[in-house]
Design a protein around this ligand. Structure first.
Ligand SMILES: [Zn+2]
Ligand SMILES: [Zn+2]
Length: 146
């Protein structure tokens, strides 16, 4: 009789543990919760498309960037010694991964992963840096600074 109760208790504990594990790994608080993928897909790419030229929008694929998401770029020291610097923009996380179409906002050509945009960055001491896209490496010949 005692062993029967012991087995019953073990089964109950087992079920509780299984349920706990299930809710931990597949519950809404879990990073493995399938819902986050559905939610991302439900948002769709439309709501993530921003206005090109906005400070928090990738100039290559127009993806709205979340806080902390950066556009991969390389700034060169100013040739003229002024406040504007030449900058090559490779793109953001989304378009470097290949999930977004990469496009030059100046000539409209489709850009490959190793293509980049040539832009001028104006450093401002108090406000955000202003970036002006001049073109891509196809429509903007390298070496032409202006
Ligand atoms: Zn992008
Ligand atoms: Zn271009």
């Amino acid at each position: 009789m005692g062993s029967y109760l012991q087995i019953l208790a073990l089964v109950v504990i087992g079920i509780v543990l299984l349920w706990l594990g299930y809710s931990l790994f597949l519950g809404p608080l879990s990073p493995f919760f399938p819902g986050i993928f559905f939610r991302k897909r439900y948002d769709g790419p439309e709501s993530k498309i921003g206005t090109p030229g906005d400070p928090q929008v990738c100039p290559v694929c127009s993806t709205k960037l979340m806080r902390g998401e950066l556009v991969k770029s390389h700034a060169y020291p100013s040739v003229t010694g002024g406040k504007d610097r030449l900058m090559h923009i490779q793109g953001c996380f989304a378009c470097l991964q290949g999930s977004m179409q990469r496009k030059c906002p100046v000539c409209g050509i489709i850009l490959y992963q190793n293509d980049y945009l040539i832009s001028r960055m104006f450093e401002r001491s108090h406000t955000r840096n202003h970036v002006h896209v001049l073109g891509c490496n196809h429509c903007r010949k390298a070496g032409r600074m202006r």
